[in-house]
Design a binder for this molecule. Structure first.
Ligand code: M6R
Length: 364
C-alpha cells in the first residue's frame, strides 16, 4: 500500500526518520549512553581485520563503514563488491571477521561470498533487512535493520538503516578495542540519536528539490562529487539517478576530478557536490571551484554555513541541517534520493520498477 504517496520509492524515502529511529532503538541504550549489540559468542575485541562484501547500494553503505571502522576502532578494513571478492583469491587470515551487507539477504553474489568466507574460517557478521533470509540464517552475528519491507527497486530506507547499524557497529568495535572512552561513546550515542530529526528536516527540502528537477532532467551526463565518508554518497547519488532516470551519472572522490573526469566538464554536465561543512569542506570546495572555472554548473548540497561560504556562483543549492559529520552520510542520502526521484518522475520513467532491474538479484 502506497498510502498517500505516488510511488513506493517516495513512501520509503519518507519513512526514513521513523525506520532509522526504530533501527537505532535496538542498538542504542539512551539512558546509559551506550551502544548495544546482540550477544556474540566470539570476542569482538579480538578481531584483527574486517572484510566487507556487498553489492550496489549496500556496497556503498559498506564503503562508509570502512571510514568509520578505521577511524574509530583502528581496525583495518578491506572492501569488495561481492562479484569480485571470491574470484580474486582474497587473503583471509584467522581472527578475521567478514561482514556482509544486504537488504534482501538473498543476493546470489553476496551469499556465495559469505559461504566462501565461512569456508576460509572467518567469523561471519551480516547486516540484513530480512531476518528470515539465507544470510541471516548463516551468520554468527546477525545485525538486523528494521526498515520494514522495501518494495521500490531503488534502495532507500534500507540504506540509511544499514548506515545506522554500521555506525553502531563501528562504535562497539572501538569500545571492544579500548579505543573509545565512555564520554566519546556517549557523544556518538547523542549524535546518532539526532539522526531521525535531521532526516525529517532534510525531507523538508522536498519541494525545493522537486522544483529544480528540470535542471537535471535534460542532461545526458551528471557527475556527483564527495569526499571522505561523503564520497560513497556521491556514488550512491549517481547509482540512484542511473537506475531510475536512465541518465548516465558517475560519482567521484572530489580530489580525483583533476585526474581525468574534469575533461568532461562543460555547461551541459551538471555537477552535484555533496559537501557538509566540517574538516573536509574546504578541500571539496576547492575541487568545486576547479569545475566552475571550466564552466561547470554546480548544484551544492551543504548546510547553511557551507552555502554561505561557497554557494555563490552555483546553479542551485540545497540546504541541509547543520549536523555532526558522523551522521552526515545518513542525512545527505535524502537529497540525492529525492533528486533522483523527481528527475525520474519528470522524465516519466517507471520509478518503482525500472527497466532491466529486479529487486533481488538471485543469479550470479
Ligand atoms: O538486497 P541487496 O542489498 O543485497 O541488494 C544489493 C543491490 O542489488 C541493490 O542495492 C541495488 O543496487 C539497488 N537496486 C540499488 O538501488
Amino acid at each position: 500500500d502506497k498510502g498517500n504517496h505516488r510511488h513506493f520509492m517516495q513512501k520509503e524515502i519518507y519513512e526514513q526518520p521513523v525506520v532509522v529511529a526504530q533501527t537505532l532503538r535496538s542498538y542504542l541504550r539512551r539512558m546509559e549512553n551506550q551502544i548495544a549489540m546482540p550477544d556474540m559468542d566470539f570476542d569482538l575485541g579480538g578481531v584483527k581485520r574486517i572484510t566487507i562484501v556487498a553489492c550496489g547500494t549496500s556496497f556503498y553503505a559498506g564503503l562508509v563503514a570502512k571510514y568509520w571502522i578505521e577511524k574509530f576502532a583502528r581496525v583495518p578494513v578491506d572492501i569488495d563488491v561481492a562479484s569480485e571478492f571470491r574470484y580474486r583469491e582474497p587473503v583471509l587470515e584467522p581472527g578475521g571477521l567478514a561482514l556482509f551487507i544486504s537488504q534482501s539477504g538473498e543476493t546470489a553474489d553476496t551469499l556465495a561470498a559469505l559461504r566462501h568466507a565461512r569456508a576460509e574460517g572467518q567469523i561471519i557478521a551480516v547486516v540484513v533487512n530480512v531476518p528470515t533470509s539465507s544470510m541471516a540464517r548463516e551468520a554468527d552475528l546477525l545485525l538486523p535493520t528494521h526498515a520494514g519491507p522495501e518494495i521500490g527497486v531503488a534502495s532507500t530506507k534500507a540504506f540509511t538503516c544499514q548506515l545506522a547499524v554500521l555506525a553502531a557497529l563501528a562504535a562497539n568495535l572501538a569500545r571492544a578495542k579500548g579505543k573509545l572512552t565512555p564520554e566519546e561513546e556517549a557523544e556518538i550515542v547523542w549524535h546518532l540519536s539526532e539522526a531521525p530529526a535531521a532526516l525529517n528536516e532534510a525531507l523538508g527540502r522536498d519541494g525545493q528539490i522537486e522544483a529544480m528537477a528540470h535542471l537535471i532532467a535534460p542532461a545526458r551526463d551528471v557527475l556527483y562529487l564527495g569526499r571522505g565518508p561523503d564520497y560513497p554518497m556521491a556514488l550512491e547519488g549517481a547509482l540512484k539517478l542511473k537506475e531510475i532516470s536512465y541518465i548516465h551519472a558517475e560519482g567521484y572522490a572530489a580530489g580525483e576530478m583533476k585526474h581525468g573526469p574534469i575533461a568532461l566538464i562543460d555547461d551541459a554536465v551538471p555537477v552535484i557536490v555533496i559537501a557538509p561543512s566540517g574538516p573536509l569542506f574546504e578541500k571539496t570546495v576547492s575541487n568545486m571551484a576547479e569545475v566552475q572555472a571550466r564552466g561547470g554548473k554546480v548544484v551544492l548540497i551543504s548546510d547553511a554555513e557551507g552555502i554561505a561560504i561557497a554557494g555563490e556562483g552555483c546553479m542551485a543549492t540545497i540546504a541541509m541541517p547543520q549536523v555532526h559529520p558522523l551522521i552526515a552520510p545518513l542525512v545527505y542520502a535524502v537529497p540525492v534520493q529525492l533528486l533522483a526521484y523527481h528527475v525520474a518522475v519528470a522524465k516519466g520513467t517507471d520509478v518503482d520498477q525500472p527497466r532491466n532491474l529486479a529487486k533481488s538479484v538471485t543469479v550470479e
